[in-house]
Ligand binder design. Structure first.
Ligand code: M6R
Length: 369
């Protein structure tokens, strides 16, 4: 039931705040992360020397965001790998490896086969999944369910923010078990995590109409590029994937630092480029690097659309459009920055008269390898 929305995707994007809130619910006690499903499973995290995150598509981008949190808060080295690549390259894994799989459906064959492979090789397995009782969680040693609710649209939206939320919770959990994070530090992150749903809601309330209008004007665009650095990089990839999937427009996401190693050759006058701008408060260096990237592409005629935090005026002279997100710490920013990109992809596909819920050639759950 679309509940009065024009599409399931529209409904599901509107549910992004709840998807985060529901994934947090019951997992925070007295300001500390307490994940009941992981009670008594400390041995899964104590002796590991590395984590490999495996997933496909959007879930893999959530994993890329998770890598930053797991490395920063838990100080465990993390590799993120596409499930279908992982299995076929004789990976070096064993009992000291924790393999974290991420899957909305829990039925993606590529991911399932990679989990089984990891288990057989003696690795520990944890599944982040949105579907109770699905096959992947049943094949895993531990499960952290995302509580985004059923996702019907082929393009994943609310499940993505729920997956990042679960990864942040997991990173805090492991960081505490391994004694890397103090109680106070973890409590600060928990507070910030709890404030995310209302911040997403603010973006929906303030920016949705404007972004849809703007997507409408861009309906004839043939190619859109997305740039990001640090955690903004996976968000750029996600913005591009969503646009490809439902609007059939050529879209690519790049790490902003790669520009001069190739992609800048693509910039010609009028080329739309979305740039995810990190907060200047949190990292002046990262911010100024991204601002220089914006200057570089602007000088070559790009039409620059920035996603930047409120109050960041440094981007104004170089941006054709500014989409604002509320202030947040660096590891929480992806949960906000992705929202305008989901709205944009949906707005553009709608403006082209396409079926946003059932894009051509795609299935919600990819149950063949
Ligand atoms: O159900 P899963 O999370 O395992 O699905 C993985 C991908 O197939 C999925 O995220 C796909 O990329 C989406 N259509 C993206 O919007």
């Amino acid at each position: 039931d679309k509940g009065g929305w024009s599409s399931f995707m529209a409904k599901e994007v509107s549910e992004e705040p709840e998807a985060v809130a529901n994934t947090l619910r019951g997992r925070i006690r007295d300001g500390a992360v307490a994940i009941p499903e992981l009670d008594g499973l400390d041995e899964l995290f104590g002796d590991i020397t590395r984590i490999i995150v495996i997933a496909c598509g959007t879930a893999a981008y959530a994993g890329m965001v998770g890598k930053y949190a797991l490395e920063q808060w838990a100080r465990v080295p993390v590799d993120v790998e596409l499930a279908h690549e992982f299995r076929y390259r004789d990976p070096v894994i064993g009992p000291d490896t924790l393999v974290v799989s991420i899957s909305q459906s829990g039925e993606t064959m590529d991911t399932l086969m990679a989990v089984k492979y990891a288990r057989e090789a003696g690795a520990k397995t944890l599944s982040i999944c949105n579907t109770q009782g699905a096959t992947i969680p049943r094949e895993s040693d531990a499960i952290v369910y995302t509580h985004a609710g059923p996702e019907v649209a082929v393009a994943s939206t609310k499940a993505f923010v729920a997956q990042i939320t679960a990864l942040l919770l997991l990173a805090l959990h492991i960081g505490r078990i391994r004694g890397v994070l103090s109680r106070t530090e973890a409590a600060q992150h928990v507070l910030e995590l709890e404030s995310v749903p209302e911040k997403i809601q603010l973006i929906l309330d303030r920016e949705q109409g404007r972004i849809e209008q703007f997507a409408h004007w861009m309906a004839d665009t043939r190619s859109v590029l997305f740039l990001g650095r640090h955690v903004g990089y996976p968000i750029a990839l996600e913005g591009a994937l969503k646009l490809k999937e439902i609007s059939y427009i050529h879209a690519e996401g790049f790490a902003a630092g790669e520009l001069k190693h190739g992609p800048i050759a693509l910039i010609e006058p009028g080329q739309p480029v979305f740039v995810i701008v990190p907060s200047p408060r949190e990292s002046a260096t990262l911010h100024s690097k991204v601002v220089s990237n914006i200057q570089e592409i602007r000088a070559r005629g790009a039409r620059v659309i920035v996603v930047a935090e409120e109050g960041d005026v440094a981007v104004l002279p170089f941006a054709d459009e500014v989409l604002r997100i509320p202030l947040a710490g660096p590891l929480f920013e992806p949960l906000l920055a992705v929202v305008p990109l989901h709205i944009f992809a949906m707005g553009l596909a709608t403006a082209k008269g396409l079926d946003v819920d059932q894009p051509r050639n795609l299935a919600k759950s990819v149950t063949v390898e």
